[in-house]
Design a protein around this ligand. Structure first.
Ligand code: SAM
Length: 347
């Protein structure tokens, strides 16, 4: 019966809410294995046994927002705040380019609009120096004009997890004034402006229910993002959610598999949070149909300061030795690095 659901999802890319719930809760290990195998097969049909790399540059941990789960939320006074200089960012990209990276992801806390021209200028500089690279932004919510400015400057992709599609849960995870309505509006603008757009959630976020995860699956199927960023929630000790348990690697992997079958062409990273909750988390993500890994190119000194959650795993793949380690790790499951830009097949 469960395997029949897996087959139908693979064939038709859609199930009812009750059927998605059945896939999320099924217990027979053989059924779960079947789901993973099918997802892997679909991922391999689309991308082969190759994994795209993205070089992550953590631009700044300064943030105007106060998301209750996040270690760099504005009201966390224990964070030592930093912002990389333009030169530092370009150095990170240079190092990444020499190593072979052809996608840079600029991620950071959300700044006020007065800094948007500075970002635009940085994007232009990267675009000019490395015209063959993709530039991905992950800088939160901004007015449409700001997204347009950055797009014109040369940004190609934008990651903005919707975090949860459920209005009530969204309000429990975020401060007053932040709404799911506005988040979704931002995602629509990004797509309209021609960005390859990424949405996604944290698995096991406080107060999250299976019903809300099903809502997220249905929203993602409807929105058809080019990328889906999903990782387990992990508590950070200075946030209001410090005492909540971390989300599970199993459920996260199961969600990768379900979404791979629902949206075969989507780029799905096996996230750092996955690697943090389980020692073999990154590989488990790939075996569930993920096809992207995002090593960190940020300066060594700043990485600890970008502490969204506790015990964040470090991949260190920016160095030649780190890349070799990653390649060796992937080889243990029969996969290899793909050094191309890795655009979305449906871009
Ligand atoms: N400010 C941008 C934004 O809000 O999209 C980008 C940076 S934000 C820190 C990137 C992502 O980190 C969020 O979308 C959230 O899902 C994830 N994140 C934050 N705190 C986390 C936690 N405690 N555990 C797991 N993931 C977390």
């Amino acid at each position: 019966m469960n395997r029949d659901l897996v087959d139908r999802l693979r064939q038709f890319h859609e199930l009812t809410a009750g059927e998605f719930r059945a896939l999320l809760t099924m217990r027979d290990p053989l059924d779960v294995k079947y789901l993973m195998e099918q997802a892997r097969e679909v991922a391999q049909k689309q991308f082969g046994t190759k994994i795209f790399l993205r070089g992550l540059v953590e631009l700044s941990n300064v943030c105007r927002n106060d998301c209750l789960y996040c270690g760099i939320r504005q009201s966390n006074t224990h964070v030592s705040r930093y912002t990389l200089s333009r030169e530092q960012v370009l150095q990170c990209c240079e190092l990444g380019y020499q190593t072979g990276f052809r996608t840079f992801v600029l991620q950071g806390g959300e700044w006020g609009e007065q800094r948007s021209p500075w970002i635009a200028d940085l994007i232009s500089a990267i675009r000019l120096r490395w015209p063959d690279c993709a530039i991905t932004l992950s800088l939160g919510e901004h007015p449409r004009e700001t997204y347009a400015l950055w797009r014109e400057a040369g940004a190609d992709r934008y990651l903005l997890r919707h975090e949860t599609h459920n209005e009530r849960l969204y309000s429990l995870l975020h401060p007053q004034g932040m709404t799911i309505g506005h988040r979704l509006q931002c995602l629509d603008w990004l797509k309209e402006l021609g960005y390859q757009t990424g949405a996604g959630i944290m698995v096991g976020a406080p107060y999250q229910s299976l019903g809300s995860i099903v809502e997220d699956i249905q929203y993602l199927i409807d929105f058809k993002p080019h990328m889906i960023g999903i990782g387990p929630f992990i508590p950070q000790h200075d946030t209001p959610f410090a005492r909540f348990p971390a989300g599970s690697a199993d459920l996260t992997a199961r969600l990768y598999a379900i979404l791979r079958l629902a949206l075969p062409q989507t780029l799905i990273p096996s996230t750092t949070a996955m690697a943090t909750v389980a020692p073999d988390g990154r590989l488990r993500g790939i075996l569930a149909g993920a096809n992207v890994v995002m090593p960190n190119l940020s300066p060594e000194d700043n990485r600890k300061q970008y502490a969204l959650y506790d015990n964040k795993a470090a991949l260190g793949a920016e160095s030649a030795q780190g890349i070799k380690q990653l390649a060796d790790e992937l080889a243990t499951i029969g996969y290899a690095i793909d050094w191309s830009r890795g655009d979305s097949p449906n871009a």
